[in-house]
Write a protein that binds this ligand. Structure first.
Ligand code: ADP
Length: 350
């Protein structure tokens, strides 16, 4: 088959980058076709077990339109929320050991970012996304460790829109603006149901502004910050870890000739912050001495969980249909660049 030829050529390179770069992991997830969706032609050609993904430009004949990508893992459209989370769980555990972790979902609007991070609307436990599963695990594990370490867990939730940070959990849901996340309200949580209640409020506050400002929720980044503070009962030493859970704004390119005013400004801010995020992770993957955190609000907010000993996981979300091919391709290119794993010339499928 076509992809076997592609894989053969790149096998050596694959082995070299098997672990991608140190603390940066990239998982790709393909959204299923939705009920009622008319188009059923997919641009996904092959999902490999070891993180290979072949996508196809259907306007070109056969193998000519095939492109190969390699990530730490690729989840096909039938992957369940539990399966997706099971590979994420070790990262969550490390937060309780004092590591900083950042997990974010990147992709065009409608590609399943919110589904992966939060889950579907009115979700059951089975459909919980990463956010709820992560918090649930933090409570579980901290409970199990309680004879030796006591933990306190606090949550903040903000939205970054047009380079401004807005607290989604301040009591009255007003438009109070904060220069940075540390100033946003912090809410101690003791159980998953506390978290569900809080995040429900945050999502509601986000939706309120969305209706007023035209689908703003896909035009802003939402950032949940979980602060974990453990106290070792024997030694008295403190363990501090934090976890950022980020649902990024839609990455789709907006046609400059078609948008003006607020919409153009939004698009420019999103573009700027997503490329700033890409630049930061790229610099980290290259072990570069200068990491450009200051270039956007988003990267400033996430700084503590990007770089150093911190662990980063990016979910690259894809729409399956052929009509989304060009957006999918740019999403994949962004992902392979930020992870510093471009296959470059070796990918050409002569
Ligand atoms: P985004 O946050 O990227 O804009 P959503 O998460 O809102 O995208 O997903 C778009 C639609 O697709 C929603 O109706 C969502 O419930 C559905 N969806 C996304 N991913 C899946 C999945 N893995 N399984 C079933 N439905 C999904």
């Amino acid at each position: 088959e076509n992809y076997h030829a592609l894989l053969g050529e790149n096998r050596k390179l694959f082995n070299e980058i098997q672990d991608l770069k140190g603390n940066i992991r990239v998982y790709c997830r393909i959204r299923p076709f939705l009920p009622g969706q008319r188009e059923k032609r997919t641009s996904v050609e092959h999902v490999g077990e070891n993180g290979e993904l072949v996508v196809a430009d259907r306007s070109k004949p056969g193998k000519e339109g095939h492109r190969l990508f390699k990530f730490n893992k690729v989840f096909g459209s039938d992957a369940t929320q539990a399966e997706v989370y099971s590979d994420t769980q070790p990262l969550i555990r490390s937060v309780l050991d004092g590591y900083n972790v950042c997990i974010f979902a990147y992709g065009q609007t409608g590609s399943g970012k919110t589904y992966t991070m939060t889950g579907p609307n009115s979700s059951t436990k089975e459909n919980w996304g990463v956010n709820y599963r992560a918090l649930n695990d933090l409570f579980d594990i901290s409970q199990r460790r309680k004879s030796s370490i006591t933990y306190e867990i606090g949550v903040q939730m903000v939205e970054i829109y047009n380079e401004q940070v807005r607290d989604l959990l301040s009591g009255d849901g007003t438009q109070k603006k904060y220069p940075s996340v540390p100033d946003a309200s912090m809410h101690p949580v003791k159980s998953t149901s506390d978290v569900i209640q809080l995040m429900g409020l945050g999502l509601k506050n986000r939706v309120v502004s969305a209706t007023a400002l035209n689908e703003r929720s896909s035009r802003s980044h939402s950032v949940v910050t979980v602060h974990v503070r453990g106290m070792d009962l024997k030694t008295g030493s403190a363990l501090i870890g934090n976890l950022h859970l980020v649902d990024l704004a839609g990455s789709e390119r907006v046609d400059r000739s078609e948008v003006i005013g607020d919409r153009l400004k939004e698009a420019q801010h999103i573009n700027k912050s997503l490329s700033a995020l890409g630049d930061v992770i790229f610099a980290l993957s290259q072990k570069s001495s200068h990491v450009p955190y200051r270039n956007s609000k988003l990267t400033q907010v996430l700084q503590s969980s990007l770089g150093g000993q911190a662990k980063t996981l990016m979910f690259v979300q894809l729409n399956p249909e052929t009509s989304s091919y060009s957006e999918s391709l740019s999403t994949l290119k962004f992902a392979e660049r930020v992870a510093g794993v471009e296959l470059g010339a070796a990918r050409s499928n002569k």
